[in-house]
Design a protein. Structure first.
Length: 435
């Protein structure tokens, strides 16, 4: 019902305004009036009560359009101003708010009283004015509020642009892409603000019903988020971090090397505990030699040994601990020691290490092959690990021992005095198994 009324009112208004373009001082004589094809267009004559106004040229109403004369006339009369982007949008539906604006401008201009509308048409339009009087006042208030909001949002966007410009160009920092994306989003907000219809100028009417505040609130929230991001960028080291509106999968780089790679730990060091086996040779003197293979073999000044060990590379930082034991058949000797170790890890397959500790040698006495004696020694060692696989390492090691006594033949000392002191040693090689 209301849509029919609005359309009929606008039709009557258009007829009245068209008749107002003719000279109303002397009624036209049908017999003397020129044919319509030879008369000048109605849009070229200005009304007697209104000065001639320049007709706005809409981009979507080109010359030769079938409704161009009518559009030019109502624009010239100030009834419709079009949209801020320079379009008329003639194919869109006319809302009640837009109809209220047309009636409001008609009342403000005083053209209704100067038109040649019939009393019936005037009564129809007057009834329409009364019906939409509330909308007339409300739309004026809402348009004023929208203009104030647009001004405020434009000032905030201008401040954001200033902050973004202060961050530098994309070539000066690695955030060029993010800054461009932020600028594009602000441009989209500006376009949305420009599409808000402009309202008429004039006195503010009484407060009307609340409008669609949801869109305005969403726009304010988005700008507040942009301001927060710009503030974060100001306090950073030149990198702008933004959250794109659409999630794009990011593939992490396969290799990252930044400065000194102090945190790189090779596969052997990352597996801390280990156990190992070894074979070696321990020194002895010519007065108490060992024999190769068996007692009838060639005498040599070293004795073969076999051993095992357990340990951990990292107990306190790079300092580890190791417990090892060796058996020397030629001396019926058994060596056991505990050492603190330090690995000189350089991130390669070869890892040097050193260590120091205390040990005990139990071996046959010099005068009897059936009895054993024990001697204490201080131990120092140096060796190299060579990584074969992630869990297996080959090693070569030299042990230097300083004996505090000489009770057993396993010390390898030249003196035969039981209270003699001196250096002995051994070399060994083997495998360590990390787990």
């Amino acid at each position: 019902m209301r849509n029919t009324f609005v359309l009929s009112s606008l039709l009557a208004l258009g007829l009245g305004m068209a008749s107002a373009q003719t000279d109303t001082t002397t009624p036209a004589d049908p017999a003397t009036t020129p044919a319509p094809a030879t008369t000048a267009p109605a849009t070229t004559a200005a009304p007697a009560a209104t000065p001639a106004a320049q007709v706005v040229q809409f981009t979507d109403v080109p010359a030769g359009h079938w409704a161009k004369d009518a559009v030019d006339l109502i624009v010239q009369r100030g009834l419709i101003q079009g949209f801020p982007d320079g379009t008329f949008r003639g194919n869109e539906s006319l809302t009640r708010y837009q109809a209220a604006l047309v009636f409001y401008r008609l009342l403000q201009s005083g053209q209704l009283s100067n038109s040649s509308l019939s009393s019936t048409d005037l009564a129809t339009i007057t009834a329409g004015m009364q019906e939409v009087s509330t909308e007339l006042a409300a739309i004026s208030t809402r348009v004023t509020d929208l203009e104030a909001l647009t001004t405020e949002q434009q000032a905030r966007i201008t401040a954001l642009e200033g902050r973004i410009d202060a961050l530098g160009t994309p070539a000066a920092n690695a955030a060029g892409t993010d800054t461009a994306a932020l600028t594009a989003r602000i441009d989209a907000l500006e376009a949305a603000i420009r599409n808000i219809p402009a309202g008429p100028a004039g006195a503010t009417g009484p407060a009307g019903p609340a409008g669609a505040a949801a869109d305005t609130a969403a726009l304010a929230a988005r700008i507040a988020a942009l301001e927060a991001r710009a503030t974060t960028a100001d306090t950073s080291t030149g990198t702008v971090t933004t959250t794109p509106s659409t999630t794009t999968p990011v593939t992490p780089p396969t290799t990252v090397v930044i400065g000194n790679t102090d945190t790189v730990v090779d596969a052997v060091r990352s597996t801390n505990l280990y156990a190992g086996v070894s074979v070696g040779a321990q020194n002895t003197q010519s007065g108490d030699p060992c024999y190769l293979l068996n007692s009838s073999g060639r005498a040599v000044n070293f004795c073969l040994s076999g051993g095992a060990m357990v340990g951990a590379n990292n107990v306190i930082g790079p300092v580890g601990v190791r417990l090892s034991a060796d058996y020397v058949p030629g001396k019926n000797g058994f060596n056991a020691d505990i050492n603190a170790t330090y690995s000189l890890n350089n991130g390669s397959n070869i890892t040097p290490y050193v260590g120091a500790g205390l040990g005990l040698t139990s071996s046959r006495t010099r005068l009897s092959a059936t009895t054993n004696a024990s001697d204490i020694y201080a131990n120092a060692l140096a060796g190299v690990d060579f990584r074969v696989t992630d869990s297996i390492t080959a090693f070569v090691e030299a042990d230097g021992r300083y004996y505090l006594s000489n009770k057993g033949a396993g010390t390898g000392l030249a003196s035969t005095a039981t209270d003699a002191r001196g250096f002995g040693g051994s070399i060994k090689t083997g495998l360590k198994f990390f787990f």
